[in-house]
Design a protein around this ligand. Sequence first.
Ligand code: GLU
Length: 625
Amino acid sequence: MNRHDPIRHPPSAGSQALAPIQDYLVEIHERVSKIAGGAPADYIPELGKVDPNLFGIAIATVDGQIYSVGDALVPFTIQSVSKPFMYGYALQHHGRAHVLKHVGVEPTGEAFNSIVLDDAANRPFNPMVNAGAIAVAEMMKGETQDQRIANMIELFSSLAGRKLEIDDAVFESERATGHRNRAIAYMMLNTAMIEQDPEQVLDLYFRQCAMNVTACDLAVMAATLANDGTNPITDHKIFDTQYVRDVLTVMNSCGMYDYAGEWAYEVGMPAKSGVSGCIIAAIPGQIGICVYAPPIDRQGNSVRGISVCRDISREFQLHAFYNHTNVRSVLRRDYRADVVRSNRLRTLEERTLLAEEGRKIAVLEAQGALFFGSTEQLLRKLNALAQNSKYVIVDFKRVHHADSAASKLIVRTVRAMAGGDTDLVFASIDNDRPLDGLIRALAETKEGHGLRQFRDTDAALEWCEDRLLAGVGSTAGTKFALHQINLFDGLTAGERKLVEGIVRPLVFEKGDVIMRAGDPAKLFFVLARGTVSVEIKLHGEGGRYKRVASIGPGLTFGEMALLDGGTRSADVIANERVVCYGLGVEELHELAKEHPNVMITILGNLTREFSERLRHANEEISVLE
Ligand code: GLU
């Protein structure tokens, strides 16, 4: 989408799914319409001409949904609500140190247009009062005044997601009468807080205050702050996250003129108010709000605006200090490999060993966002599991965010556990989710390099099982002779000889497709050496394949052919050089005509194998559900 495409129209009132919020806005608009009091600002003569009954509310979500009611598409001048955005621009283009030299971050007890600077540093107190905002206006980039104006308009347009314009009548009106601001600018020239011609700086400042916006525009701009500096409509990144935090901090302490303290107490949302009668508020990670109603109170805040914001904050529990987090929800579940095994099909011997020893492998599934509190929970659980495990697998598949605190704590854990009694194994830390900070942090540590990582928990489990089995002397990995294969248990020596007679030894190289879904099923296979993967194509996932099982020596695959004679239901691919025995279904049937016991024994063994798999699957389901 073009950066300046017009913003989407508010949803129609008939849209059922959006009804709860839309209905609420209609109700509150009606209720607050009855509140009188205050008067439109008229110290800028042009502002005094506004219709005092205008009243619009808009809410924009961090993914660009807009709810609105009343006069939400009526233009008005942004006035002081421009200040936090100009401050964000200054931080973004000059860095914190430079900006802090010219403007502080202390709330003042003085009025927004006071002519006082802080005694010690001679600086304006903060960027939300006029003195601070004028000092910030000087930081707009551009060689000429025209370029600076164009850059300022571009900034606000990109914040709103559409091309904005200056209201010339309001601009001229303030330029002609704004002598108090003129006094402030000259005083700052005197203290070297500004260096350019004050008239030029004021020209830009008056223009920025005269940008024409609607309540919907301002809701989108506030949502840009709520969305870490990215415009939710255009996806255009305007401010770095670190600077958004700075902007919201000063809005929180200084955004509401002399009402800031009470606002923080009652409403508790970082906000900014303008004398045209608008208020914006940003709730990080959730929404941006704008209320526009021109009559303002003695402190300069929209009377209806305050009322609406107070109500929204209470109704939807949006006060900044309301606790929405539950750190324990990071723990999805944990289990051990005696009950939940990998998708690797195992021989009877291996299954028995894993049933006894599998407790030594623990799997811990994390979910949600990893930040200090939730990571502490996760690592405490990890530590408890590690006490009686040889391997602990941490599954990150359902983690959608890890901040730098989480990365640091996880790296410390990896370091502390390196070389210890318990091996730490990570699964599903890949790049299709925002875990790149954690990936980078791990890559930067020596121990992180040694850490075992797998694309999913199944692969991690298989690896841990193999290690465990190797440790207890399993025969896995060695080549199986026909007589060692469970499928042929119970055959007499003579019958086994007959079967051997129709077996074809086959060799496949790594990556070879041994069978493909849909092919006619003519052979079934007994694996003598190496492992193969069984993969199915997922519906609707862009042709992605999922590995549903892996099979090792001593086991069979493609045996369904023997039962239903249909077509293959999955692909089977060699994971490495594979040796197997192929048995022709027709030849076996032929053989069984004269030696029916061969078929009865083989089918009996297959049935036992299937019922065993089913029983185990049921047990797994009872743990995983
Ligand atoms: N342009 C106005 C002034 O400087 C903005 C004041 C405000 O909205 O607080 O007086």
